[in-house]
Design a binder for this molecule. Structure first.
Ligand code: ADP
Length: 902
């Protein structure tokens, strides 16, 4: 292996001893080397290739080879390989020949000591020669590269000396459309578009530059074809210390970029103009909050000029107490890209405005904010709010006033009703007296004229009484005081009554009464009996009153039968009830047809017709309470037909009149032993029942609330439970369902005990599991009747007609008893007699009035009481009660007669 670190010496020598001597000498001089000896041409050439010597030392004279030939072979192999000729005696010619042939040195064998120095020197020379060559090579390489760069660089490059082009590259030529020849040697001025441009760049910027031409600037070149180019010109002097050596420049064509910039600028100009003219105030600030742009609206809004604004930051135009809050908003824009807020901004004059702020982060980190002045809006809003508050206050005040007014009105209405009720009572009593005495006086008077006067007084009194009763009814309806009381009535007997009631009048006037109840009419109708009776009574009354010949027809039929499912899944069968009253009387003209339902409308005088003009308006109002309607068909002199329609009436197909109804004498009813649990939180209500049932076999147990009641019921299992509907905590309905859910209590009848007789309440009770309703305060009769329906009892009653309602008189206190009994058995008896067959309400009313008067005159509470009961039955159109009371008359008179006898 060849050690490259060692010097390698190839000897060409036939004498080994000479080589040894030379090696010794070289070693002596400190050279470290390897060596090889050859002495033939072939060996030598092979060694050159394989041994790769750093130096050849060759003998000049050899038997088979010679030094000159070795030199030639060496130079052929490597023209620079160091070669020293090593020779014996040598003359000057040989030396010149060797050097000429390319040897680097020669050493004479006799002067062998020189050999190391010659070797060192030759090697040194060789090294520097090699380095020089390499450097030359490299320099050439670089120059080539630079040449390529210079030629192909994408920017124009050139050398200018004393403002004259000395060199330019292809790109510069291409850029300017000039060729090299046209440029080189010419003043650079030729390339500038204007003289001024040249001066500005070439003289001002370039020559006056302290570093003599170093720098970058923009210039405009004019091409050969006339195009103007925008150029970025960079220049550097070749030698800073010697400007005369010229300047290297690069020229970059930025025409396109400039054009784009221009276009961009134009479009920016557009947005700028839009921003400038925007009605909203626009602020653009840098990320530190310093304003870089504000539009005109900002100036208008805040009073600061644009230039002033550029010296400001956000901090300068916000209220100091809100600084943190607003800077947070600004931070939010920077971090999240946008923010919206309502802000206050400081004006130049020191005032603040309110503004809606909409802010976004622009590309490049600028913050855009548009603000709209909402001071006015806020002010208006505040005003509106103030107004609203004020209005609310006003409304409140007004509501209060109205509610007070309503209360007052209600109070007034109640007072009115009360007043009317009181007044009618107050008027009725003396009026009764007037009427009574008129009647008495009538029997005393003989003169016709006096009798006529008296009759006038009587008739006027009667009218007055009716008027008062009507007004009272109307007032009641108007005040909403009139509540309907629904129950089932037996249709046939109900409508037949009218025939009986009007029979006398009809007979008197020679009219025909036809009752036409359609066969489809169900037997049981769920209506307010008294009020429907009052309605029909009014209409029939008018028909009879305004008809002098012909007939009166009362026609009853039903329409629109249907099955309705209520919200609680309760199925109800309903019909509309239609009642038609036709007469052949005077008829009604079109002119007053619409008026007759208004109060106080009548044809003819009160005296003539005997009416008040209130009947139809009461009728209409009552009907509308029942959701019903009334209409009339009529022609003058051709009679009238009034049609009454009451919709949605519940009905029963097979309905029979319940038997015992009224007037119970407790002493005649003997209940069998039974226990009753009375549940009511009010002690009085419980005590009332206990007292009322004191002398019976009934055992009353009390409970004051639902829970106790339930407990007691389970313990004693009573025969009947009476439950107050409005119990505290657990109400009556809840208690009922609890009772019904206990097996051993399930069968026990439970009565509802309620002060309310409202229609809805009654309906609810009807639909529930309650066995019946006991109204508070229940009178003894009602209580007994209700209990008799449930509990077993025995009746000691002989005859219903013997029952007395009013307290029996203390006979001794009656003034002139025989006279009274006499009157009752004669005059009064005559009036009474037909009532057992027919019951004309108004006549019975008159009769009752007279009885009251008679009772008062003789101090007989029994007669007065009886009269009053008759009046009340007549006024409530309670025919059953009337019948029973009329029947009682005879018993009453008989009893009194017996008292006279005794
Ligand atoms: P009044 O108590 O005076 O009868 P109503 O309100 O009952 O008052 O009737 C008002 C008026 O309507 C009557 O005065 C009469 O003019 C007219 N009118 C009512 N019913 C009839 C009828 N059947 N025939 C003719 N006119 C009638």
């Amino acid at each position: 292996m060849i050690d490259k670190n060692h010097l390698r010496i190839l000897f060409v020598e036939d004498l080994v001893s000479d080589v040894d001597l030379a090696v010794l000498e070289l070693l002596k001089e400190g050279l470290r080397f390897e060596h090889k000896r050859t002495d033939s041409s072939d060996e030598f050439i092979k060694a050159l290739k394989e041994f790769k010597p750093d130096i050849v030392i060759s003998d000049y004279m050899m038997p088979s080879y010679n030094g000159m030939q070795a030199l030639i072979d060496t130079r052929e192999f490597d023209p620079l390989l160091p070669f020293i000729m090593f020779t014996g005696s040598m003359n000057e010619e040989t030396a010149v020949e060797c050097i000429k042939a390319g040897a680097n040195d020669y050493v004479i064998k006799e002067r062998l000591t020189r050999l190391p120095f010659a070797v060192k020197e030759v090697l040194e020379k060789h090294r520097s020669q090699i380095e020089k060559k390499a450097a030359e090579f490299l320099a050439k390489e670089n120059q080539n590269k630079l040449q390529i760069i210079f030629r192909l660089a994408p920017v124009g490059i050139g050398l200018v000396v004393d403002q004259v082009f000395r060199e330019v590259n292809d790109t510069f030529c291409k850029m300017t459309c000039y060729n090299r020849r046209e440029l080189l040697g010419k003043n650079v001025k030729m390339i500038y578009s204007t003289n001024k441009g040249y001066k500005n760049v070439g003289i001002v910027k370039y020559w006056q530059n302290p570093e003599k031409g170093t720098g970058s600037t923009e210039a405009r070149f004019k091409c050969k074809d006339g195009r103007i180019l925008d150029i970025v010109l960079d220049a550097t002097p070749l030698d800073k210390n010697d400007p005369a050596k010229g300047v290297i420049f690069t020229a970059l064509d930025i025409t396109e970029r400039k054009q784009r910039e221009k276009e961009l600028w134009a479009s920016e100009e557009k947005s700028r103009s839009i921003m400038e003219n925007s009605a909203d105030a626009i602020f653009i600030s840098d990320p530190r909050g310093k304003y870089v742009y504000t539009n005109k609206a900002v100036t208008d809004m805040l009073g600061f000029a644009s230039e002033e604004m550029k010296r400001k930051t956000i901090n300068d135009i916000i209220p100091q107490n809100k600084k943190d809050e607003y800077l947070e908003i600004f931070e939010k824009v920077l971090s999240q890209g946008k923010a919206y807020a309502e802000v206050e901004l400081l004006k130049k004059d020191g005032n603040f405005i309110s503004a809606d702020l909409n802010s976004v982060l622009l590309p490049g980190g600028l913050v855009y904010a548009s603000c709209r002045d909402i001071t006015e809006r806020k002010r208006t809003q505040k005003e509106l709010l103030d107004h609203r508050d004020r209005l609310e206050e006003l409304v409140k005040e007004r509501t209060e006033e109205l509610s007070n007014a309503k209360k007052e009105a209600e109070e007034a209405n109640r007072a009115k009703s009360e007043f009317l009720a009181n007044m009618s009572h107050e008027i009725r009593t003396p009026l009764n007296a007037i009427l009574g005495y008129t009647d008495l006086l009538n029997s005393l008077l003989v003169e016709k004229i006096q009798k006529d006067y008296l009759n006038s007084i009587y008739l006027s009194g009667r009218s007055l009484l009716k008027l008062i009763n009507d007004i009272l009814d109307l007032a009641k309806i108007e005040a909403g005081k009139l509540e309907l009381e629904y129950d089932y009535v037996e249709a046939y007997s109900f409508f037949s009554e009218f025939e009986r009631i009007f029979s006398l009048k009809v007979l008197e006037k020679g009219l025909k009464f036809i009752l036409d109840i359609s066969s489809g009419t169900p037997s049981g109708l769920y209506i307010d009996e008294a009020r429907v009776r009052q309605i029909i009574f009014n209409i029939l009354g008018n028909a009879v009153k305004f008809t002098s010949e012909g007939s009166i027809i009362l026609k009853v039929f039903v329409e629109n039968p249907r099955v309705v499912t209520s919200s609680k899944d309760k199925v109800e069968e309903l019909i509309d009830l239609v009642i038609e009253v036709s007469d052949t009387g005077i008829g009604i003209s079109n002119k007053i047809k619409d008026l007759i339902f208004e109060p106080f409308t009548q044809v003819g005088s009160l005296e003539k017709t005997g009416g008040t003009g209130l009947g139809l308006s009461i009728t209409k109002k009552l009907l509308s309470l029942m959701n019903g309607s009334i209409s009339v068909r009529s022609k003058p002199c051709r009679g009238s037909t009034f049609t009454l329609r009451i919709p949605a009436i519940a009905y029963r197909k097979d309905y029979a009149i319940p038997k015992s109804d009224i007037l119970i004498d407790p002493s005649e009813i003997i209940f069998e032993e039974a226990s009753i649990l009375v549940v009511d939180d009010v002690k009085y209500n419980r005590s009332y029942i206990i007292d009322a049932l004191r002398n019976t076999h009934l055992k009353i147990i009390e409970a004051e609330d639902g829970a106790t009641a339930l407990k007691m019921a389970k313990e004693i299992v009573p025969d009947l439970i009476i439950v107050d509907i409005r119990l505290p905590k657990m109400d009556g309905y809840q208690l009922l369902s609890k009772i019904k859910s206990v097996k051993k209590l399930k069968q026990i009848p439970v009565l509802a005990y309620s002060a309310s007789v409202l229609k809805t309440q009654k309906e609810r009770i009807n639909k529930s599991d309650f066995s019946g309703l006991l109204t508070k305060p229940a009178n003894v009769t009602e209580l007994y009747l209700t209990l008799m329906n449930i509990l077993p009892y025995k009746s000691l009653k002989k005859d219903e007609s013997e029952l007395l309602v009013s307290e029996p008189d203390m006979i001794d206190e009656i003034i002139n008893l025989p006279d009274m009994v006499n009157a009752l058995e004669t005059d009064y008896y005559e009036i009474w007699k037909p009532f057992s067959i027919r019951q004309p309400i108004s006549e019975i009313h008159d009769f009752a009035d007279k009885l009251v008067l008679l009772g008062l005159n003789h101090n007989s509470g029994m007669i007065t009481g009886y009269g009053k009961e008759l009046i009340s039955a007549a006024e409530s159109f309670n025919i059953d009660a009337l019948l029973k009371l009329i029947k009682k008359y005879k018993v009453l008179v008989e009893n009194l007669r017996n008292s006279v006898k005794t």
